[in-house]
Design a protein around this ligand. Structure first.
Ligand SMILES: [Cu+2]
Length: 126
């Protein structure tokens, strides 16, 4: 029995167009608008876990030892803070070290770091 063979070699114009459209939509997705996240200010060495120590003391202690600040959204989502050397942001981070806060900022394209515009501590978190 001879089965009908279809040839898949050729790439149709239609296919190229649809791939092009998908790529365009995907690249437009990481909108660079400011957003707000809830989380806590920690340090890179400890991340989400201060091993039972006081979060503020531990964070400041680690910062003193050269660890950078991070923003902990959840146990497995710890974001680097791009502009932590900015004087204003550095002062805010120090003030809120170990605290649960709400930040406004811009997430990097790879979703691994954030540029903070402002930090506030909602009353309900205190
Ligand atoms: Cu620490």
């Amino acid at each position: 029995m001879i089965s009908g063979r279809s040839i898949y070699g050729g790439t149709s114009m239609r296919r190229i167009l649809s791939i092009g459209i998908v790529l365009c939509v995907a690249s437009a997705l990481p909108l660079l608008a400011a957003d707000t996240w809830k989380g806590s200010i920690s340090d890179k060495m400890c991340g989400a876990d201060h091993k039972g120590q006081d979060a503020t003391k531990c964070t400041l202690g680690c910062i003193d030892h050269g660890s950078p600040y991070v923003f902990v959204v959840s146990k497995d989502k710890v974001l680097d803070i791009e502009n932590q050397k900015d004087e204003k942001i550095a002062a805010e981070l120090k003030k809120h070290a170990g605290h649960n806060v709400e930040i406004t900022g811009t997430m990097s394209k790879d979703g691994k770091s954030v540029k903070i515009a402002s930090i506030k501590m909602p009353e309900t978190f205190k």
